[in-house]
Design a protein around this ligand. Structure first.
Ligand code: EPU
Length: 422
């Protein structure tokens, strides 16, 4: 039996959506909680399968955890440096944050990692380079990364990131918060999720300065204590619902949005002619006039550039524009597996070299399609909502990793979406 999402497309949606806490924050905040010596309470944690996997993992490490109504309570008093070369830890990529968290707290870690992903190569060389610079010995044995501090404590240093990386920046922060001395990360990533993780760690007693700029300074401390922290809203979930609203909605209000976090995305929609009203912490998509919808040229970059995670969700909207749009994903050029699926639904889209070409207006019809990754799945959900007839999406576990309660949310807006098992 496999789960599938079935969408009966062509419905006009309207109403309100409230955005959950950010997945890409939560998947780093949860590993960070085990670094404290007493209870950490995280609020607005999204109810997604990646969070449930991380809860299982930290329980295996000895944490006492409850998760109710978005509040995650972690008592890490009995956490130990459990070696985890295989098992649940390999089920999600964000497990790499246990390398930084365990190394930072215990000076050692064994973390199994998932293999290749559907976005093309996703190396972790910068994470490892950072750990080594802090004085860790790092070896990969049978797909598991073994880390051990060569000294009693990790030793602070200056680290230049060759590429701007969210994961490597957070992981080095995690390792460095308890190191001896002041670590400086240069060419650091500036994503809002990094600020969120540093805010939690500072509330736990860490001394991290400069997050949100490309130079971060971390004064090592001897211990970290419990605290309470609220997760920031998910800017990618917000961008996904905005794309849905622009493509098949009218008067949809998306609440709990930090609009600054999606500036580059909103300015693209503005250029295309989508009618948007921006509020204090909400966005409303009014009625899109498709006869006037302009094609667009999109290039993804590290924050504050256009997010790679939003290039797939915006693609169905480009199919409704009047002309050919171009997308270049400079972060993950291999993030193209949604294109053949859209073509099965009748889209005029192709990949030429590094460029995704999307020809509008293209009419979509329902088909059976497969999600290759989380955001490709979101793209197919939007395409299914737009298409005439029935769309059946397989591999939906990818979608459930990152979008909480997506089926009920869409149905509350007037969509006809159901989960089936076949
Ligand atoms: N890179 C390296 N070496 C490294 C690390 C990264 O070459 O050691 C390269 C990558 O190949 C990529 C670029 O640097 O070309 C940026 O990758 P980054 O490290 O920033 O990605 P990540 O931390 O692995 C996070 C999100 C992704 C999101 C990227 C955007 C999490 C758990 N994941 O991944 O989210 O696409 O940042 O930079 O935070 C998603 O939510 O669907 C998702 C895939």
């Amino acid at each position: 039996m496999t789960k599938k999402i079935v969408i009966n497309g062509g419905k006009k949606l309207s109403g309100e959506v409230s955005i959950s806490g950010a997945k890409n924050s939560a998947v780093a905040l949860i590993p960070a909680t085990i670094m404290a010596d007493s209870t950490v309470i995280l609020e607005d944690v999204p109810d997604i399968s990646d969070v449930h996997s991380l809860i299982e993992i930290i329980r295996e490490m000895g944490a006492v955890v409850t998760f109710e109504d978005g509040t995650l309570t972690v008592d890490p008093a009995n956490v130990f440096a459990k070696k985890m070369p295989t098992g649940k830890i390999q089920s999600l990529r964000a497990s790499y944050y246990f390398m930084g968290a365990l190394l930072g707290k215990f000076g050692e870690a064994v973390v199994g990692l998932p293999g290749g992903c559907h976005l093309g190569p996703r190396p972790i060389d910068l994470h490892i380079k950072g750990f080594e610079a802090l004085g860790a010995q790092v070896e990969t044995i049978n797909g598991a990364v073994h880390l051990e501090s060569k000294n009693e404590r990790l030793l602070a240093t200056r680290i230049f990131m060759d590429t701007v990386s969210v994961g490597a920046t957070i992981n080095v922060i995690l390792a460095a918060v308890r190191a001896q001395g002041v670590t400086v990360i240069e060419n650091a990533a500036r994503e809002p999720e990094i600020i969120d993780v540093a805010t939690l760690l500072n509330n736990m007693g860490a001394k991290i300065r400069g997050v949100g700029t490309n130079v971060i300074r971390i004064q090592g401390v001897d211990e970290l204590h419990g605290c309470r922290h609220s997760v920031i809203p998910d800017r990618i979930e917000a961008g996904t619902y905005i794309s849905i609203a622009a493509a098949v909605g009218e008067n949809i209000t998306i609440k709990n949005v930090i609009t600054d976090h999606i500036d580059s995305f909103i300015s693209k929609l503005d250029e295309m002619g989508v009618d948007i009203t921006i509020g204090e912490d909400w966005v409303r998509i009014n009625k899109t006039d498709f006869t006037q919808l302009e094609p667009s040229k999109i290039k993804t970059f590290a924050y504050p550039g256009f997010a790679t995670d939003l290039q797939q969700p915006i693609t169905p909207l480009l199919l409704m524009a009047n002309g050919t749009s171009e997308i270049i994903d400079t972060i993950y050029p291999g993030r193209i597996n949604h294109i053949p699926e859209l073509v099965r639904m009748g889209a005029k889209a192709s990949v030429e070299g590094d460029v995704i070409l999307v020809q509008g207006p293209s009419k979509l019809t329902g088909a059976e399609v497969a999600a290759s990754d989380l955001r490709a799945g979101a793209c197919l959900v939007i395409a299914g909502l737009m298409a005439e007839g029935e769309t059946k999406i397989t591999n939906i576990e990818y979608i459930l990793r990152g979008y909480s309660d997506i089926i009920n949310t869409l149905n509350s807006l007037g969509a006809d979406v159901r989960l089936i098992e076949e």
